[in-house]
Ligand binder design. Sequence first.
Ligand code: GDP
Ligand code: IMO
Ligand code: MG
Length: 442
Amino acid sequence: MGNLVVIGSQWGDEGKGKIVDILAHEADVIVRFQGGSNAGHTVVTKKGTFIFHLLPSGILGRGKQCVLGNGVVIDPVALIGELDQLASRGMKVGRNLAISQRAHLILPYHKAIDKAAEKAKGARRIGTTGKGIGPAYVDKMARVGIRVGDLLHPAVFREKVECNLVEINNFLRHVYGTRGFNAARICEEYDQYAHRLRGHIVDDSLFIHKAMENGSRVLFEGAQGTHLDVDLGTYPFVTSSNATAGGACTGSGVGPTKIDAVLGVTKAYTTRVGSGPFPTELVDEVGSGLQERGQEFGATTGRERRCGWLDAMVLRYAVRVNGCTSLAVTKLDVLDGAPELKIAVGYRYEGKLYRDMPADVDVLTNCEPVYEVLPCWSGTTSGTTSYKALPVEARRYLRRIEELTSCPIDLVSTGSHREHTIMLRNPMTSTRPRGKLSKMSA
Ligand code: GDP
Ligand code: IMO
Ligand code: MG
């Protein structure tokens, strides 16, 4: 086994950071392929807690090469801030970070447009992170984006900024009634970033290709989640990139035949930050209990995450559109002590029963989930590192997830620390399929 893509199976914050950090032990190269500093990936180690927004979560591993692929949108302020923070904690990042020359830059006007557009939308707002992600991808698609490689050519950079600002300043001043931007000031600021980042800039596709040719194992770290994907998510309440596994190819210049496996990360329940449909959302004390026990606050914005039961419709869809070869189930410990557990297995809307994820946002907003009820366990799963040590009801819950998704579980996470993990099979190294969970029960 060699090259693995790790993606979120729900609406983000599934615990991808923790899982990538663990699997990075077996990887040589770790690649972020989409999104930007809207991501917040948490890794808890003996040295403390690290939250990564742009840097791949594998950056903590010694001798690991990290890459920001061409599909990422890069805010140099956020990136340099992260590098400085790591340095202040004794971890200096040098040549082990490569940044694609084709990746697009986030400019100050993208953040201003993001915030102004959200404000103007009022009740229809998406609840973005305000990091300028959508507007940066809009410019990329409109073919007026400015790329990391442009940082190395100040005259080209200046011309592009000046050209873009003619339209953007007009728009900001006359449509949103906010202040415009000064091209010279942006160029001066970004020139400093160019000096700081120039040694990291590479052709990502070529870089990864050569590493693969030399036998390196590559781990692709997704950000956000399947249902936030701009094509396949709950549109328009999505982010502006392809957070699904296909994005790993287009976002890093690697062909699909080079990907060996896809790991879908899912919480043992469901959360979502920002607006948009969430069929199994719990707006009662059960939901607030999950929010409190799971410490469900956004790692980037600090906003409270909405919480609800696990949704097998959401997961089955994720397994299908990503071609998941296995799953990692996180935060099992948060369910400890619940009176009962529910899993949505269908949706009912206007007399029709849906067994597959509908694309229509109105159906998703107004449907009633059809639940299967399972008993919860009375003991604790917190910190458990062996499958057999789990209470029988927890094992039954995991088995049911496998059955409903037709996808095997490789990892179970029982706490935020690296060590609090049950590794049933390592998807980076193992070529053999795992035996059935039912056969592993004591
Ligand atoms: P990501 O964006 O997918 O990397 O996930 P986040 O880091 O935004 O959110 C996951 C949160 O859950 C973080 O605070 C993690 O430290 C925490 N976490 C991850 N796995 C577990 C687990 O198994 N149990 C508990 N209690 N917390 C976990
Ligand atoms: P990680 O990688 C959870 C959500 C925002 C908003 C929508 C669009 O940590 O899982 P954007 O700023 O991207 O235009 O916002 O997407 N969102 C996330 N939710 N986890 C994330 O990243 C997210 N990144 C964006 O809350 O609803
Ligand atoms: Mg997160």
